[in-house]
Design a protein around this ligand. Sequence first.
Ligand code: HEM
Length: 547
Amino acid sequence: MATSCFPSPSIEGGLTDLRRRAFLAGGAGAVASISALSGCAHSSPPNSPPPSDQPLPPGDLDGAVAKLRAQYVAQFDADYVDNVVLPSFLNSIYDGERPVLPMIDVALTKENALPYDMWGLLSLSWKPAPQDGVTVFLQGLEKRGPDNRRKRIYMSAVTPDLYAGMYQAKVVGFFDQLFSPANAAKPLMRIYLDTFWDLYWDLHLGVKGKDVPDQVRQIGENFNTVLAYRDPTQKIVYDNYMAVRKNLDFLKTWIDNRLKDIQSGKTPEPEKTFGWYWIKNGEDSEFFNHKDVVFECFHNFVAFSQWGNTLYNIMTRLGKDTGDAQTKDWFTKTMAGNFDGPDGSAFTPLERFVMELFRTISPNAGSISAMTETRPPAFERFGFIVSPHTSTSHDPVQWSNPDDFDPSRYQHAPTSQDIDEARIRQMGLAKCPFDLTSFDVKDGRKAAMHNSGFGTVFAVADDRPLPVCDYAGFAPFGFGYRRCPGEQLTIMAFEDLIRKVAKERLEFVKVAGTDAQKVPLGPSTPEMVPIGPTTVISDDIGFTRPS
Ligand code: HEM
C-alpha cells in the first residue's frame, strides 16, 4: 500500500527498524543535520558495522552516525549514503486522524511533502530544485497561484469529458493487448509492467512502440522499483535509484523534445495527449511553465504506478479461487443490468461498482503532509503526518455498513457539485472553507474548472457538472484541494477493464509461477514483481478465456 502518491515509510518494516536503531536509541536529541551527518562521518574511521538488529549505544551520537555511515559506505556510493540512507533516518512520519469532512486544512501542507531521502529521484542536486520545474503534487496551496490554479491547469488534461474522444481508445487498446489470447494462463503482472510504458507515453506525449527509447522505458522501471521496495538500505533500491539518476537528464531532454513535437504539429492528434492541455492551459505562465510540464510528465510515474497495484487487487477480488463473494455478486448483478445507464444518481451503476472497488482496495493508504514545528529546530529534520484513507473509508461514522462491499452507498452520497454555500451553512458553518471560484480552460473547449466548498476541484464541460463523490467516507483519492485530479480518468479506465471482463467472460485464476524454463532444477516459483508503491507481489494471477 502507499501513502499519498509516494509510498508510506510508516509501513516499511526495515526502514522503521533502522530509524529506531539509529536515533531512538540515542534519545530525542540524537539527530543531526544532513550536512553534519556527512561531516562527522567523514572524520571517523570506518568501524565494523553495528549488528543489524541491535540498537546503537546511547550517548555517542557522532560515533553512532559514523558507524552507520561506515556500514553503508562499504556497500554504496558515499553520495547515496549521505543524501539518501542517512536522511531517511531523519524522517518522522506520524499517523493522523480520520477526517470527518473530506478536506485537509492548509496547515498540513504539500510543500515538499516528500520523505527527504527521495528527492534524489527527482533532482540531481538531491534536493528540491524548483528552477528546474515543479509538480503540483509537492506544492503548498499558497504557491499554486490564485485559487489553486496549478491544480486546475493540471486537471484540465484529465477531465471526464475528454475520456471518450481522446484517451479511451488508448486505454482499451492496451487492455486488448494485455488480455489477448497469447497472454492467457500466464502470470500477468510481469507482462503488464513490460507493456505499460507504451500506454503511459502515449497518454502523455502521443509516443509509443519503437519511438520510446529503451533508456526511457528503463528509467520508468527503475523508478517504480525504488517506490516498490522503498527501503534505501536494500541493494535493489540502491541500484535502481542510481540508475534513475543516471538517465534523468536524458529523460528530461527526450520529454522536452516530444513536447516540441506536440507544439509544432509533428505529433499526430496532439489533442489526445496530456501534454497538449498542460501547454495550452499553462500558457507557459508562472503557474505551469514548460519546465513544469516536463516535470509532471515524469513525476506521473508515481501516480500511474498505482494502476498496477489496482489491477492486481481487482483480479484477486474477482478471482475464481481467490475472490471475495460480495464483490463477485455485485459484479454479476451490475453487469447483468443497464450498467452504463443513468438511473437518477450522479454515478452510473458501473461507476459505483468501480468506486467501491477503490474504496475497498484503497491502493493508496494515506495523504502525506509536511508539518512545521512550533519552534525552529536546532538541527534540520523532517516531520510528516498521514491522513489515512483506508480507515476513513471504513469509518462507522460515515457509513452504517462500512465493511460491506456495497456500491449502492454512492447513490445518494454528496458530490462536489452539491457542496455549495447553502449546503455548508446547513452543516452549521458560517462560510465555505474554500471560496467557490472557477477557471475557464484555454484549449478551445467550453469547460471550466470549479471547486466545492471543501476545495475539491471538478470540471463543468458544456454547462454539465462532472463532479466526484465529495464525502470523507470515500477516501481512496484523498481529500479537498489536493484530491487526486487523475481520479476520474482512473475510474473510467477501470470501468473499461470491467466491461471487458464481463463481455469476454474473462476469469482470473491462480497460475503457476513465471516461465518454468527459468527454474529448470526446481519447482516453478512465482516471480516477485514490483507492482506499486511499497508493493511487491508474487506474480501468480492470470486469466482464462472461455474456450
Ligand atoms: C489508482 C490510481 C490513483 C490513486 C489511488 C491516486 C491517489 C491519490 C491521492 C490519495 C492523492 C492525494 C495526495 C495528498 O493529498 O497527499 C493524489 C494526488 C494526486 N494525484 Fe493521484 N492517484 C491515482 C492516479 C493518478 C493518476 C492516473 C494521475 C494523473 C493522471 C494522478 C495525479 C495526481 C496528482 C497530480 C496529485 C496531486 C494533487 C494535488 O496535490 O492537488 N493520480 N492521488
